[in-house]
Design a protein around this ligand. Structure first.
Ligand code: CA
Length: 241
């Protein structure tokens, strides 16, 4: 049974949780249901699932707040989170992704779509985990430990920034368009706007600090990671501030 991916369903509505659990079980997953944040936390403390399905609207601590907390925790930060939300507008979707969710799905959803999303986050995670340490210049990333360092200094990155950097480091010195990055880093769905890439590139540069200029904007084309960035006035001012 161990090779069946475990899915923690955090959902306060029993009918929805039951529907999801039945479908997951029929499709070779091991569903576990937590109806509130405290139960979910206990389950996570006990054993890490392969994926978390997290309802946005929960009694007590919200799904959004839980996502942030689990992303900040070294033990749980690598577990993909798919947010379930009845809210459809863009601000909320961005808020969910900003909180560290890997994907989101709006209620009501088809179980077929949900299964496809779960398989997509699992596929995206697997090659990352299997790969070894990558280095570009003084920048180094270890997918096994989720550690990123620049000149031996450890850097703190969010999960999306980590995936983005990992992809760029595996394909350095090449220009990637926003749509290519969406496809390769976010996965095979079309529900994310291209400007989301810009938001995460900006955040990645900030997180990289002195290594930030290694991520270059190629006007009209996209982004590139380079070992030898062209120094800019702005970055030299920042580094002396
Ligand atoms: Ca709910």
């Amino acid at each position: 049974m161990r090779n069946q991916p475990g899915v923690l369903i955090v959902e306060d509505e029993p009918a929805i949780a039951e529907l999801i659990a039945v479908n997951l079980r029929h499709n070779g997953f091991r569903p576990l249901w937590a109806m509130d944040s405290a139960t979910a936390q206990r389950e996570l403390d006990n054993v890490l699932p392969d994926v978390i399905l997290l309802d946005w609207m929960l009694p007590g601590e919200s799904g959004l707040s839980l996502a942030k907390r689990w992303r900040a925790d070294a033990r749980t930060k690598g577990v993909p989170i798919i947010m379930l939300t009845a809210r459809g507008d863009e601000m909320d979707r961005v808020a969910g992704l900003d909180a560290g969710a890997d994907d989101y799905i709006a209620k009501p959803f088809s179980t077929k779509e949900l299964l496809a999303r779960i398989r997509a986050v699992l596929r995206r995670r697997t090659p990352e985990r299997a790969a070894g340490v990558v280095s570009v210049g003084a920048l180094s990333l270890d997918p096994a430990t989720y550690r990123v360092s620049f000149s031996e200094q450890l850097l703190k990155l969010g999960p999306t920034e980590f995936k983005l950097l990992h992809y760029l480091m595996n394909h350095p010195e090449r220009v990637h368009s926003r749509s290519q990055l969406l496809d390769k880093v976010w996965g095979d769905h079309v529900f994310i706007e291209e400007r989301t890439v810009d938001v995460h590139v900006k955040r990645l540069r900030e997180a990289l600090g002195a290594a930030g200029p290694m991520i270059e904007t190629v006007r009209g084309a996209g982004y590139r990671l380079t070992a030898q960035p062209v120094p800019t006035v702005a970055s030299s001012v920042q580094s002396h501030a």
